[in-house]
Design a binder for this molecule. Structure first.
Ligand code: MRU
Length: 358
């Protein structure tokens, strides 16, 4: 297997052998079924992101990159003007599937630049594939580096509480917030991980505990409202969670419940770190208040996972998919370039000011 083939064929998001479909693991079916889903239609790609068949900020970006490449191949006989128009329409449509994670628009913008800067369609197709693979390869490298920096904080036996899913399924390899424990485990280091189940879509139960269990990491699944007692018991040394968008002042948008976890950790004096790649840092968004929070279907709270509805049909629901953890609650932001410490507004700019193109 050559290096390129290994990248496009080794992860939960990949091209098939003919470059005609993007194959994903349908994350809505885990942990009970491992189903690979080939995507080759625009509407299916939109739905795959919207319904969380593919999810996790970096994985969505990687998926969008590959999708734009395989869709573009179908438009190869159009004139450049028609091709560009089609490309922009489909890109904008995919971009509207989920608003909070910045990686989606970041990856789509990287891909679109190629169409804007070249007018020869065969050249564009070659470059689109190259760029999609680069987005994927860079994520693999970034996750490894993030995992190394996270691991540098830990000592064997430490207890880490985590939220949502930030592992290989959400990224490419290793992941971000659980990457340090997966990497440490490979090196024979033992940690205790507490995985919040992460209501309402249960990414912690269905995906994080699955990934850690499969890897042989000591993982204990808890309901979200048990974090406080687990911390009070003295079982937690660190809170590690991911990020969907990091604002210029260090505010972190991540899965709903992350900010509550950070507030509880502050009470117990436990350090909180958000781990994520530079593709999630958005210096053009000044603060967390400027981040659009996705609202999702009330049925995810009332009926999903249950045999019978757990609330009256007319009961009002508020179902925000993300919240913002105030930067004052964070001890650091762990990136592929190192651990950013407060003051975040100064230090994020210092580290990422030059190459932040969101
Ligand atoms: O709604 P989801 O499951 O896509 O939310 C995912 C998260 O909030 C993750 O923590 C984040 O995307 C980082 S994944 C490395």
């Amino acid at each position: 297997m050559d290096a390129l083939h290994e990248v496009t064929h080794s992860a939960n998001v990949r091209l098939n052998d003919e470059d005609s479909t993007v194959v994903i693991i349908d994350q809505t079916k885990l942990p009970n079924e491992l189903v690979y889903l080939p995507i080759d239609k625009v509407e299916d790609a939109y739905q795959a992101i919207k319904t969380l068949q593919v999810r996790g900020a970096p994985a969505i970006g990687i998926f969008a990159g590959y999708c734009m490449y395989i869709f573009s191949k179908k438009w190869k006989d159009l004139s450049y003007e028609e091709f560009k128009k089609k490309y922009e329409e489909v890109g904008a449509y995919l971009n509207s599937s989920r608003p909070t994670a910045v990686n989606l628009s970041w990856a789509l913008r990287r891909m679109k630049k190629i169409v804007e800067e070249n007018a020869d369609i065969p050249t564009i197709l070659t470059l689109l594939k190259k760029e999609a693979v680069a987005i994927h390869e860079e994520d693999i490298a970034m996750c490894k580096a993030i995992s190394e920096y996270g691991l540098s904080l830990l000592k064997p036996g430490d207890g880490i509480i985590t939220h949502c899913n930030t592992g290989p399924l959400a990224t490419s390899r290793y992941g971000t917030a659980i990457g340090p424990m997966l990497l440490g485990n490979e090196r024979g280091l033992d940690f205790r991980v507490y995985a919040d189940e992460t209501r309402p879509l249960l990414q912690g139960a269905r995906l994080t505990s699955y990934e850690l269990q499969r890897a042989g990491v000591d993982v204990t699944l808890i309901c979200d409202n048990m974090a406080s007692i687990v911390m009070k018991n003295g079982w937690v040394d660190y809170v590690f969670f991911g990020c969907d968008r990091i604002a210029a002042n260090g505010d972190v948008a991540n899965k709903i419940g992350s900010s509550g976890l950070a507030i509880i950790a502050k009470h117990y004096g436990i350090p909180v770190y958000s781990l994520g790649p530079s593709s999630t840092i958005d210096l053009n968004t000044p603060t967390g208040d400027d981040i659009k929070i996705e609202l999702r279907d009330p049925d995810e709270i009332k009926t999903m996972w249950y045999e019978k509805p757990m609330a009256l049909p007319e009961t009002k629901c508020y179902n925000p998919s993300f919240d913002v953890t105030d930067h004052t609650l964070l001890s650091g932001i762990i990136t592929e370039k190192g651990i950013v410490r407060p003051p975040f507004d100064v230090n994020l700019k210092k580290m990422f000011g030059d190459n932040n193109d969101k």
